[in-house]
Design a protein around this ligand. Structure first.
Ligand SMILES: Cc1ncc(C[n+]2csc(CCOP(=O)(O)OP(=O)(O)O)c2C)c(N)n1
Ligand code: SF4
Length: 332
């Protein structure tokens, strides 16, 4: 008896059923709901296999490589906190000398990017190295116990910007790193958020096509440092965008060329009240009310400055763009 039967599987279905390229293997040691882990997975998926990574000291480096194990499915190197830009530039120069087209990626946290590694990063951008630098912005030095960085938002509580009689969390403003990066006149720089995965992929692919330095800042919630339930990471990240506190923008050679418009800006309190690091702002205290007003004013300034307000439904705005949903539903 002939038992063979021939079925034809459409090629599109076959492609869909294949696992996509994965740059980071599961089983790493990130906390549940870690925004950095998700962001790095999305970036490496979009960048594809022909890359090499220089990774600054920080949570991403630590939780992916507890010796002798590694979660990376890509050539990956740990750089120091302060020299990731220089290491990535050296890797790129060496590959170029060998006639290879492998793209170099550089990864760092906000501490490693905004503060400690900034000098090497600035040099790398200014010399025009063909490197995509990705900053996973969780707004503090998380790996060493939640110290404030120059990326920590105003009024956020960290272990080195405590709340007390004399202060309501961090006194200073979050550094506007994208403006500083843009002033290097690099071909492409953008901000993104783990709440909008297709937008991350689109921006990574754009950067991969460019021969020259590019920069991506990805807002990456840290449940431990921000004090929210790990299951809420995406919702928290989405509210940062929708309130105007973390605008998603694209810059070419220093000029603003694209934004994610806000269909209906949400009050900053919707974003802040989900996080313990801002819990002091919800006490019955005149200083707290003043700080809330200040943060709302910062969001409104972003909305006005970048022209984020949109009065019409746009499939790519903060409500329409592809976002991560739970059970097919948007939360809240
Ligand atoms: C020059 C230097 N200073 C301090 C440290 C200690 N250190 C290791 S990881 C880390 C925090 C990293 O913070 P960030 O870059 O924001 O990344 P995150 O852990 O938040 O992802 C610090 C301070 C170090 N390794 N090297
Ligand atoms: S401390 Fe924060 S950044 Fe570090 S692994 Fe945990 S959730 Fe991720």
């Amino acid at each position: 008896m002939n038992t063979t039967s021939q079925t034809t599987i459409p090629i599109a279905d076959l492609r869909r059923s294949q696992p996509r390229f994965q740059g980071i293997e599961s089983g790493h040691r990130a906390c549940l709901g870690c925004g950095e882990a998700l962001a790095a997975r999305l970036v490496t998926e979009a960048a594809g296999p022909d890359v090499m990574i220089a990774n600054a000291t920080g949570c991403l480096e630590i939780f992916t490589t507890p010796w002798p194990e590694s979660s990376w499915r890509l050539p990956w190197m740990h750089s120091l906190f302060e020299n990731t830009g220089a290491i990535a530039a050296g890797m790129e120069a060496a590959l170029k000398a060998q006639g290879k087209s492998t793209k170099v990626l550089a990864f760092g946290g906000d501490g490693g990017t905004f503060d400690i590694g900034f000098q090497a990063l600035s040099g790398m951008l200014e010399r025009g190295h063909n490197v995509l630098y990705v900053c996973y912005d969780n707004e503090a030095y998380m790996n060493t116990g939640i110290q404030r960085s120059s990326s920590t938002p105003h009024a956020a509580m960290t272990t080195t910007s405590p709340v007390g009689r004399d202060r309501m969390g961090k006194r200073h403003l979050k550094k506007d790193i994208l403006s500083i990066i843009a002033s290097h006149h690099i071909p492409f720089a953008a901000s993104a958020s783990v709440a909008y995965p297709s937008d991350i992929r689109k921006k990574v692919r754009r950067a991969m096509e460019i021969e020259g330095p590019t920069f991506l800042l990805i807002h990456s919630p840290c449940p431990l440092g921000w004090g929210h339930d790990g299951a809420l990471s995406i919702e928290v990240a989405r509210l940062a965008v929708q309130s105007g506190l973390f605008p998603l923008i694209e810059l070419e050679r220093g000029e603003l060329i694209g934004t994610m418009p806000l269909r209906q800006p949400r009050p900053v309190t919707d974003y802040l009240r989900l996080q313990q690091r801002f819990s002091h702002l919800f006490k019955d205290d005149s200083r707290a009310r003043e700080e809330l007003e200040h943060l709302q004013a910062l969001a409104e300034r972003n909305i006005e400055y970048y022209g984020l307000n949109s009065n019409r439904d746009d499939p790519c705005d903060s409500e329409g763009a592809d976002t991560v949903r739970r059970g097919g539903q948007r939360w809240g």
